[in-house]
Design a protein around this ligand. Sequence first.
Ligand code: ZN
Length: 245
Amino acid sequence: MSPSPLRVTVWNEFINERVLPDAGAVYPRGIHHVLREALEEQLGAGVQVHTATLDEPEHGLSQQRLDETDVLTWWGHSAHDQVQTEVVERVLDRVWQGMGLVVLHSGHLSRIFRRLMGTSCTLRWREAGERERLWVVAPSHPIAAGLSQEYFELPQVETYGEHFDIPAPEELIFISWFSGGEVFRSGCTFRRGNGKIFYFRPGHETHPIYYHPQVRRVIANGVGWAAPNPGPYRGRSLHAPDPLV
Ligand code: ZN
């Protein structure tokens, strides 16, 4: 009997693709659809993907949806402040219980990521279409599985630079170098409660980053790594009593 598929919810703010022609041209159906296709391509029958967007009721992240999510991926950019506190708290609670979280690109400033990190999560940035080289600095890590070279490159990106105001990552998987001279911690892991968190930098809305084969491989690896471990302990919900007797 094959194991049950990993249940992934791909969350997207879904604003830039609708209001910026350059973004709509790259992601006509939204970044969430391309991420969904990437996960299905990479993980096949091993994954069951739902999508959710900001404008849905409860941003598509009802308690039931989150309870049925093993790993949540998060892409947001221009409307972080529109994510309701109640939903942020709900996601936080699920991460503490063991749900995995993969935060992509400008999601570094999302309310949930900042809440989990406890820091500002700010960084330096520049839109200049520069080249990025992502060096694999933890080649034995499962998130780097299947990458056959010491680095891979993206020809045109938005540049991010240090200092990236995060706590020291538990593991650093990628360091980016940009043709403008900056470096950046592009692939970082954290644990909060029982939940595993992977931050992965690539993904600006006007560049076709999520069609890139190595980027798709890494996101799928990140989702697999962040999946909850099987076992009896699932953590305690903030919303239900858990008496000792
Ligand atoms: Zn960007």
